[in-house]
Design a protein around this ligand. Structure first.
Ligand SMILES: [Zn+2]
Length: 430
């Protein structure tokens, strides 16, 4: 059995696997009151007498396992322990229904406050890495991906964007019920809900949600999104998600964030200094959301590729090319402390910018070593082989070795496994 992720040792439970979450939420914006009914459909990975779900700050009123009303449960600050009416054997399916309610708020963590967050006029979810239990009971580990059905009932004047393919809202009695279904396996940290005074529009096949006052600016700002997705589909392989939704919140946000099939930006991000973040967040639909982390220590596989994708779009759209951007970032990193091993940066430095930039430089070192054709063959083999699967750094080395040979895979070592910054190989001829 696999133990907890060492980076998030108090989250998740490896004794069962979730197949799907069925969430029925009622949310009042004015009072920030959330009432939920969650059905967690799962399979026992070993003999089970009880099941632990992560849940934070919300009170559980009732639990039923396979419809059994006699189910006993205990709740503490971070979890819900459900005693099964009868022991289950490995491989047995079961279903836990949890009714819960409360005033959701973000949790404090090593990585700041994360999870369900009340906005000036609405709410958002930004969970990476362990914020999901602030809004639904879950097995909060990156390697337990599941399908989702998320229904949100809220006041008529608000719109809801969430993970999954949307259905038309159903309105009655001053309320609207919004429903989203996601058939692609989704990690808990990538499930998201956004409630706000949003107006929706489309850009090509992309849905854009923004407050009415921001909608014209958002339309103009994100006009390139379909072209970015086309560029990335050509470079990385077909767009792997069921839909693409861009949300612009009325509030400023510290950072934009990716969720499954969805990216969120703050009103403050529609400025030239943040332009690179648009391709960055979109690239996560391939790297992180489709090709997913088995454990958090390999975060460079998400962020290195997403940063490299910024450079790819820069070059494709007539800006500085990949080589020039890599050289500039290499010089910057050379002047910073070289005390980080990006294949295992430690939980506190998981989101250190050096993991992001050095991850991208690792890919550029590989590209300069094997040449463009073989490099893009590696990338597309990576996204195809592990589409909606779970990966590790070892799997990436294997992929490089299979496509480009052992000498190419050996290039990765000094970039990933040691702290000193290696020199970049000479740039490719144009
Ligand atoms: Zn990122």
């Amino acid at each position: 059995m696999i133990g907890p992720d060492p980076y998030t040792p108090r989250s998740g439970d490896a004794s069962y696997d979730v197949v799907s979450y069925d969430l029925d939420l009622r949310y009042r914006v004015r009072t920030n009151r959330l009432e939920g009914r969650a059905v967690v459909n799962a399979v026992a990975a070993e003999r089970l007498r009880s099941v632990r779900l992560d849940l934070i700050g919300l009170r559980v009123a009732r639990v039923r396992v396979d419809g059994d009303a006699r189910t006993r449960f205990q709740q503490d600050a971070a979890s819900l322990r459900v005693t099964l009416p009868r022991p289950l054997e490995a491989g047995e399916e079961f279903s836990i229904e949890v009714r819960y309610a409360g005033t959701p708020r973000p949790r404090r963590s090593t990585w700041g406050t994360i999870g369900w967050e009340e906005l000036e006029d609405g709410a958002l979810v930004a969970s990476q890495p362990i914020g999901a239990p602030t809004w639904f009971p879950c097995n909060d580990r990156p390697d337990d991906r599941a399908r989702y059905r998320i229904a949100v009932t809220t006041d008529n004047e608000y719109a809801v964007a969430a993970t999954g393919v949307p259905r038309s809202p159903v309105r009655s009695g001053g309320l609207a019920r919004w429903e989203f279904v996601s058939e692609v396996p989704t990690a808990t940290y990538l499930a998201a809900v956004h409630v706000g005074p949003y107006r929706a529009t489309t850009l090509g096949g992309v849905r854009l949600f923004a407050p009415a006052a921001l909608l014209p600016a958002a339309r103009a700002w994100f006009a390139e999104v379909p072209r970015i997705l086309d560029c990335f589909s050509a470079a990385f392989g077909p767009y792997p998600q069921e839909h693409c939704t861009v949300v612009v919140t009325p509030d400023p946000l510290e950072i934009p964030l990716e969720a499954q099939g969805l990216v969120v930006f703050g009103a403050n991000h529609l400025v030239p200094e943040a332009a690179r973040l648009v391709p960055h967040e979109l690239a996560h639909q391939w790297f992180g959301n489709s090709v997913g982390l088995k454990r958090w220590r390999d975060i460079w596989l998400n962020e290195g590729f997403a940063c490299f994708a910024e450079w790819v779009w820069s070059e494709a759209s007539g800006g500085p090319d990949i080589a020039a951007l890599a050289d500039a970032h290499h010089s910057r990193l050379a002047a910073l402390p070289q005390d980080l091993v990006i294949a295992d940066p430690g939980p506190r430095r998981m989101f250190d910018d050096r993991v992001y930039k050095r991850g991208a430089l690792t890919l550029e070192a590989l590209r300069r070593t094997v040449g463009r054709d073989v490099f893009w063959d590696v990338v597309r083999t990576w996204t195809r082989t592990h589409r909606h699967g779970l990966v590790t750094t070892a799997a990436f080395r294997d992929c490089v070795e299979t496509v480009a040979g052992p000498a190419a895979a050996a290039v990765l070592g000094p970039w990933l496994d040691a702290a000193p910054l290696p020199p970049l190989p000479p740039a490719l001829a144009r």
